[in-house]
Design a protein around this ligand. Structure first.
Ligand code: SF4
Ligand code: SF4
Length: 135
């Protein structure tokens, strides 16, 4: 099994089609939606993680492209302004993958970008609003 994290950009005419269900049912690709910005009649964006045999993932990506969906590898893009951080730890409480940690003896916040799934929960949790996430 392989995993691939992708950003999908849907043209307005495709936004309402059951694309994710088709990936699961017809291509046997587990599709985990990590983030979505989808509104009727507008271009939609979705951050997904696909899990399946590599050949199934390739077939699913071809299907998406044939529908007119732009398929791009997700680039991890989380920024934190370390200089302004007060190491309060509020962001660690909402970070389920433990990409953000604060531990003794330093009690300094640490961000592991490899673990980050770009869920954005820490963006809202930070009282100083010094974290930003883009996908
Ligand atoms: S975006 Fe989500 S996974 Fe990434 S550091 Fe913030 S809370 Fe953790
Ligand atoms: S919530 Fe904000 S200020 Fe507090 S540790 Fe996290 S990034 Fe730093």
């Amino acid at each position: 099994m392989a995993k691939r994290r992708l950003v999908l950009t849907f043209p307005p005419e495709v936004v309402e089609r059951p694309v994710v269900a088709t990936l699961v049912k017809e291509f046997d690709v587990l599709t985990n939606i990590l983030r979505a910005q989808v509104q009727e009649g507008e271009v939609g964006r979705m951050l997904v993680e696909l899990e399946a045999e590599p050949s199934a993932i390739r077939a699913a990506m071809r299907y998406l492209e044939e529908l007119g969906v732009i398929v791009e590898d997700a680039i991890k893009d989380i920024d934190m302004n370390d200089e302004l951080c007060i190491d309060c730890g509020a962001c660690t409480a909402v970070c389920l993958p433990r990409a953000l940690k604060i531990e003794p003896p330093e009690w300094k916040i640490e961000l592991d970008k490899e673990r980050c799934i770009l869920c954005g929960f820490c963006v809202d949790a930070c009282p100083l609003k010094i974290i930003s996430v883009r996908f």
